[in-house]
Design a binder for this molecule. Structure first.
Ligand code: GLY
Length: 390
């Protein structure tokens, strides 16, 4: 019954034209999108990118995984275990003190506490695990896997998640590095005069910038100024398909810098930060989680692929829904960035970004290894320019 229903749905969707049905829901927005040269929406229809031929095995990630895709591909060649492969990519990023958006060294919340979010989905067993606002454990993606494999639950949060991880043998540690601690103190000093030298201090009248430029901070000063002014939401998502067509995915993050304690973004939300159905494909996201949660982006992308869209177009459709939520108001859309990544069961990949450029003004990319070598591939952008100046 299920097969019949699914097949009937797919056939009718393709015959009826996906583009037309997608555009009918968002016709008003699509009409406005005609004004934008980089838009994928023309005359109310989604422009369908030609799906490139896929290759299996294939593994893709956010760009911060580029140098670890080789390790993931080696796992795919050696054992074909897609969950091991995606964790081989993201675990070193979680371990890296210099990646301030994931794991150890991730920027903390407003209380100076690093709270991490992650989830995993395993295509062959259709199982998933997730962890939110976990503290003291640098590898939340592995904790999510343990929740998936050894419990009857899918999602643990906060103190319970930390306790669970310690009980399962993960070592608790201080996740703040000197660099992330100094950045947090700079943010505190900007936010409150009580975190600056007092009335009775000779330094009382110093400008904040002068106070922050201490010898201790010197090497990191430009970066600290930047993250204080523009709290990042960097994250890593990774998706893999093996030779047989089995798939897994993971998303892991320290979330929005300086967030309210307990804030959980999209990364551990199954259906938002990640979704995998290996009969179709997988999708994940990085960027401002609040916007992704509102459109259940990971699930949306996979469902669009199920209806026949290429991975890149499916990602663009998810972004289209975000834009729709803001009625195409670029003055507000400019304040954040959001990316979607997709890999289908045939090894065809695609990714779309709300804005074309990063902070350095250059176009942004994601990372792909299709068996030959790891390389950076440009996103399909919805708008030209840089977003994320919240
Ligand atoms: N996408 C990461 C976050 O918003 O927490």
């Amino acid at each position: 019954m299920e097969n019949w229903t699914r097949r009937k749905f797919c056939v009718s969707a393709v015959a009826g034209g996906i583009a037309a049905s997608a555009s009918s829901a968002f016709g008003a927005i699509a009409a406005k999108a005609e004004e934008n040269p980089s838009s994928k929406f023309v005359n109310g229809n989604v422009l369908r990118t030609a799906a490139t031929n896929g290759k299996r095995p294939c593994i893709i990630s956010a760009l911060n995984g580029l140098h670890h895709l080789d390790a993931g591909m080696q796992v795919l060649h050696a054992t074909g275990d897609t969950m091991d492969a995606v964790l081989a990519v993201v675990t070193p990023v979680e371990d890296d003190p210099n990646d301030n958006t994931v794991g150890y060294g991730g920027l903390p919340n407003e209380d100076g506490v690093v709270q991490l979010d992650a989830c995993v989905m395993h295509g062959p067993t259709r199982k998933c695990g997730a962890v939110g606002a976990i503290e003291k454990i640098k590898n939340p993606a592995k904790v999510a896997r343990v929740i998936m494999e050894r419990t009857n639950h899918t999602f643990l949060v906060g103190e319970g998640a930390t306790k669970f991880a310690i009980d399962e043998g993960f070592n608790p540690m201080n996740l703040l590095t000197d660099k992330s601690r100094l950045a947090w103190l700079a943010w505190k000093a900007q936010s409150s005069k009580d975190w600056r030298p007092g009335l009775d201090s000779p330094e009382f009248n110093k400008e904040l910038a002068e106070l922050l430029d201490t010898p201790e901070r010197e090497a990191w000063a430009p970066w600290i100024r930047h993250v204080v002014a523009h709290p990042p939401t960097g994250t890593i998502n990774c998706l893999a398909v093996n030779e047989k067509g089995e798939m897994s995915g993971v998303t892991t993050t320290s979330g929005l810098a300086w967030k309210i304690s307990g804030r959980v973004g999209d990364s551990p939300i199954i259906g938002a930060g990640l979704f995998v159905d290996q009969e179709v494909g997988g999708a994940g996201s990085t960027g401002r989680g609040e916007e992704n949660i509102k459109i259940a982006g990971g699930h949306t992308v996979v469902e669009m692929m199920r209806r026949g869209m290429s991975p890149a177009d499916a990602c663009m459709e998810a972004l289209h829904r975000v834009v729709h939520n803001y009625e195409f108001d670029k003055s507000r859309l400019k304040l954040f960035d959001l990316q979607f990544y997709a890999l289908n069961k045939d090894g065809v990949h695609g990714a779309a970004s709300l804005w074309s450029d990063g902070e350095d003004g250059h176009s942004i990319s994601y990372a792909v290894h299709d068996g030959t070598e790891a390389k950076a591939v440009p996103f399909t952008p919805m708008f030209q320019g840089h977003g994320g100046d919240y």
